[in-house]
Design a protein around this ligand. Structure first.
Ligand SMILES: Nc1nc2c(ncn2[C@@H]2O[C@H](COP(=O)(O)OP(=O)(O)OP(=O)(O)O)[C@@H](O)[C@H]2O)c(=O)[nH]1
Ligand SMILES: [Mg+2]
Length: 309
């Protein structure tokens, strides 16, 4: 696919976060250069291999991040970038430079502030381990439930941004929770996010993943849930409310059963009442918080409108 709108390719910053990616970084940079993109920024996480050297030799600008973690690297890079468009891509060679037009077009045509490269559109069978595939699907579903928008592949490593979206996101996550935070922040700021199909290929055999599927998957799930408190409080408090009410009902059924056979269980009866009452209170919390969030959203919308004028 070629670009549909005239574009100065130097207006596009290719942002590559790397940590020990010497097996793939050179090829990736050369692939982008072959497509005519020379404005390449590698943000490196103190690689202990030849990543920085290879990237510099290939003609990329290399910055060593100050802190640790992919999230911190992305935040630092976003502060450095002043170009109209940014395409962020993992340095592990699992994404194709030739997909850049698909990622860029909606931004350049002006109907999106951000694009998400959907890996599920086309992936090599070995590109996802079974655990990663299931984990991604579960986390996408959880995100959809919590935020009420279906974005197919929120954890993708191939994304496009216009300048407004880069400067408008308020990011704090240090590690692999960054993709979740970017996505939640975009939904919160009502940015136009478009999902585009990309190809996902298997990781280079000699390079190791930096992601621990269980630990990082759990952290990502926690981030989705935690951030939902401010965005969709009914979902957040509703889950606590449902759990409490359900346990109340379970204990209650037991108490009634016992009572029918002639045994009265006073402490358990009290427990039933407490559980159900607290559960219902959680729902009321949820409703009140929902009201506060809706009013806040309305205010933010008005402020944004005023700023745009
Ligand atoms: N600057 C920087 N980059 C990092 C850090 N950790 C990982 N990266 C890079 O972020 C990108 C994504 O990391 P991966 O290990 O491929 O994680 P992933 O793609 O989510 O997981 P896989 O499916 O296993 O490939 C790669 O280019 C890494 O080199 C870090 O601490 N700092
Ligand atoms: Mg990867």
């Amino acid at each position: 696919m070629e670009i549909q709108v005239p574009l100065d390719k130097n207006d596009v910053c290719i942002l590559i976060p790397t940590l020990n990616e010497e097996a793939t970084i050179k090829q990736l940079i050369e692939d982008f250069q072959a497509e005519g993109f020379e404005n390449i920024l590698v943000i490196d996480g103190h690689s202990r291999d030849r990543t920085r050297q290879l990237a510099e030799e290939s003609g990329a600008r290399v910055v060593v991040q100050e802190g640790k973690g992919k999230g911190q690297a992305v935040q630092e890079a976003f502060q450095l970038i002043e170009d109209p468009y940014t395409v962020m891509i993992d340095g592990d060679g699992t994404y194709l430079a030739s997909d850049i037009y698909t990622v860029l077009n909606p931004l350049i045509e002006g109907h999106a502030d951000q694009t998400i490269g959907n890996r599920f559109a086309n992936f090599e069978p070995e590109a996802f381990t079974k655990l990663n595939l299931t984990g991604n699907k579960v986390l996408n579903k959880l995100f959809g439930l919590a935020y009420g928008v279906w974005l197919e592949d929120i954890l993708t490593g191939y994304r496009g941004f216009n300048k407004r979206s880069i400067k408008g996101l308020n990011l704090n996550e240090m590690g692999f929770e960054i993709e979740t935070e970017i996505t939640v922040e975009s939904v919160k700021h009502e940015m136009k996010v478009e999902v585009v199909p990309i190809t996902y290929v298997a990781r280079h055999s000699s390079a190791d993943t930096k992601l621990n599927p269980m630990r990082d998957g759990f952290k990502i799930g926690k981030t989705i849930f935690r951030m939902a408190r401010l965005h969709n409080p009914m979902f957040y408090f509703g889950i606590f409310g449902s759990l409490l009410t359900l346990s109340g009902i379970v204990v209650g059924v037991y108490v009634v059963n016992e009572w029918l056979s002639g045994v009265t269980r006073i402490p358990m009866t009290i427990l039933t009442a407490l559980l159900i009452m607290t559960g219902i209170q959680m729902f009321i919390f949820g409703m009140l918080s929902d009201l506060v969030v809706s009013l806040h959203r309305e205010t933010m919308r008005m402020m944004r409108k005023n700023n745009e004028r």
